[in-house]
Design a protein around this ligand. Structure first.
Ligand code: CA2
Length: 153
């Protein structure tokens, strides 16, 4: 069964506590529950992680790579700053990579308009709030399936 790893970066463990007008009212546990449901519907297995450290995010990308899993990544602030995260994603040759954000960074401050993650991503889902998590898992599952089909034909 294909596998999808949903990776969350710094401060997302505090979701639901502050700034609900930007990030929605869901907690990280609520987002995990949405992802589990979407994974079940799509017939994929799910891993869901959060870390506050840049190195931690790199390690989580390596773990997804080792498993051959599709990656959904909300790298939070590291989206806009981390060459280390970009380099790690670039080692995941051929694995589906979806960049995910709760808010739409392009409607926000200029420093959020740059994304290192986008340079390695197959697609970006942003601005749909908590629902974006279900959308991203479904998109990652479809990409995994179509790549598996292509490699068999
Ligand atoms: O919209 C997103 O999902 C972001 O990745 C969230 C990041 C931000 O730096 C990106 O530009 C866009 C910030 C996550 C901060 O998480 C919080 C959680 C609770 C309360 C306040 C912030």
């Amino acid at each position: 069964m294909p596998s999808v790893h949903v990776l969350n970066g710094p401060n997302l463990n505090l979701l639901g506590e502050r700034e609900p007008q930007i990030y929605g009212a869901d907690t990280l546990a609520d987002l995990e529950a949405r992802c589990k449901e979407a994974a079940q519907e799509a017939g994929v297995t799910l891993a869901f992680h959060q870390t506050n450290s840049e190195g931690g995010l790199v390690e989580l990308i390596h773990a997804a790579r080792a498993e051959g899993a599709a990656i959904v990544i909300n790298a939070a602030a590291y989206t806009h700053t981390s060459v280390a995260v970009l380099d790690a994603l670039r080692t995941c040759d051929g694995l589906p990579i979806i960049e995910l954000h709760l808010s739409n960074p392009h409607r926000r401050e200029a420093f959020r308009h740059q994304s290192y993650v986008a340079l390695a991503a197959d697609g970006v889902i942003a601005g749909f709030g908590p629902e974006g998590y279900s959308m991203a898992v479904a998109a990652a599952a479809r990409l995994s399936q179509s790549r598996a089909d292509r490699s068999q034909s």
